[in-house]
Design a binder for this molecule. Sequence first.
Ligand code: SME
Length: 163
Amino acid sequence: KIEPIKNMNQEERLKYMLTILKGQLSSEKDDLANISNATGIIIACVDRLNWAGFYILRDDELVLGPFQGLPACNRIEIGKGVCGTAVKTKEVQLVRDVHLFPGHIACDSVSNSELVIPIIKNNIVYGVLDLDSPEKGRFTELEKKYFIKFVDILNEYIDWNNI
Ligand code: SME
């Protein structure tokens, strides 16, 4: 974990995460390097996660992108699972218990809750940011708000066509 976060509360950590993200994005121009480190920044600042990463939309299918965690499904169809649903509905999916989510794709059997933010820039869907936790009900509305901001900041810097 990054040292300064030790004494921070949840909201302070989330704000700090966005500050580090902006630092990364403004100091490196390579989009792949930037989204790779974005997953590392999440893991460094947010606890109780077993997986954090990107799925990128390629030819009407989600394909695995940079991530931290165990090996995961390579491809997800639009409309399938939590990630595919986020793309289809263009809405954030905050799922308290993935086992109750119809069509949930169990990549890692440890995952019990999930937060998926669709990546939408200029009305085009480019993929999703997916966070998984072993704890049921792990994700809060506060985190949802900050991860929407996280993707907004990515969108300011990243040309997703380069990924
Ligand atoms: N559980 C996800 C699949 C991706 S993994 O969790 C990394 C889903 O249902 O979309």
